[in-house]
Design a protein around this ligand. Structure first.
Ligand SMILES: NC(=O)c1ccc[n+]([C@@H]2O[C@H](COP(=O)([O-])OP(=O)(O)OC[C@H]3O[C@@H](n4cnc5c(N)ncnc54)[C@H](O)[C@@H]3O)[C@@H](O)[C@H]2O)c1
Length: 293
């Protein structure tokens, strides 16, 4: 159901790869709510993914940009401002990637070149996007910038690896830049901390199925879907949240406030009866020593 919440608003959406992407769902909802926006992704993602199909659906254009490359970002903003004949009102940063996670390198054996890439792509790119927008004065007053985060920024979760560090930095950038951009231009900056979601990036996290089952059992409202995350983004782009800034906002069905739920306890009790408790959950043929459990 549409409410015309974004009538007349213009924006840039980073990170729509395919129809499972959170950015894809957000673009569809923003279009329904009356927004106009430019879609962007890396040249490689534009070759491999379906972003152009989304552009057709939303009657818009696609501009290639690697969000770690400031020249690409400057070009993106300049072309976008020309395209709209004026400034924009919202930006969605929906970008994440860790070469260490991709290559299954554990946190206590990180490849530091990859670690820097993780930080650049998944966190520092957010700073680069905001700094470029500010330098080019690309946003109207009361504009809104949103990035997507995950609870591993605050709590340690099995196998989230160096992405946890990147998310902690991402949330900090929202606060640090939120102060400056808010004070000077009345721009708000927030992160949404989303439930685990089966997307291309989400599927890269080891044991995502077990994790999603656990968070579903732990959350009184259940996991938030990509569509529900898109709905939340729309509210943050709309004029209904003008004084919400520098926040990390959980869209997780209540997971972040839980310690233990009945449904999770039930499963845990069942597992205590299990005779194979030393089995590696990711590889049933392997027995784990006590210090790895
Ligand atoms: N899926 C989950 O479980 C989950 C949970 C919480 C937060 N998030 C976050 O949501 C965001 C979107 O991820 P998603 O789950 O929709 O997966 P996705 O794989 O669909 O989206 C990730 C996007 O990042 C883009 N990207 C990677 N490197 C880039 C670069 N250098 N420049 C520009 N774009 C680049 C990819 O091309 C892709 O479109 C990410 O920040 C992710 O960490 C995801």
């Amino acid at each position: 159901m549409a409410y015309n919440l974004l009538n007349g608003k213009k924006g840039i959406i980073f990170g729509a790869l395919n129809d499972r992407s959170i950015a894809w769902k957000t673009a569809e909802r923003a279009y329904e709510e009356g927004a106009e926006f430019v879609l962007t992704n890396t040249p490689m993602a534009l070759r491999m993914g379906d972003t152009h199909l989304l552009a057709e659906k939303c009657k818009t254009i696609v501009i290639a940009a690697d969000a770690t490359n400031v020249e690409d970002l400057e070009n993106l903003f300049k072309v976008t401002l020309e395209h709209f004949g004026g400034k924009i009102d919202f930006i969605l940063h929906s970008i994440g990637m860790s070469p260490n996670v991709r290559k299954k390198i554990p946190y206590d054996g990180l490849n530091y070149e990859y670690y820097l890439k993780t930080m650049d792509i998944s966190a520092i790119s957010f700073h680069k996007v905001i700094q470029t927008a500010k330098k080019l004065d690309a946003l109207n007053e009361w504009g809104s910038i949103v990035a997507l985060s995950y609870i591993a920024a605050q709590r340690t979760l099995f196998e989230y690896n160096d992405m946890a560090d990147a998310k902690a930095a991402l949330e900090s950038i929202a606060r640090s830049f939120g102060y400056i951009y808010g004070r000077e231009k009345k721009i708000r900056i927030n992160t949404i901390s989303q439930s685990p979601t089966l997307t291309t990036a989400g599927s890269g996290v080891k044991g995502i199925d077990g994790l999603m089952d656990f968070t579903e059992r732990m959350s009184p409202l259940g996991n938030a879907t990509a569509e529900e995350c898109a709905d939340y983004c729309i509210t943050l782009f709309s004029d209904l949240t003008k004084k919400v800034t520098m926040q990390n906002l959980f869209n997780d069905g209540g997971f972040s406030s839980m310690g233990m739920s009945y449904r999770a306890m039930h499963m845990y009790n069942k597992s205590l009866e299990c005779k194979d408790c030393h089995t590696n959950p990711l590889n049933p043929d392997e027995d784990l020593p006590n210090d790895k459990l």
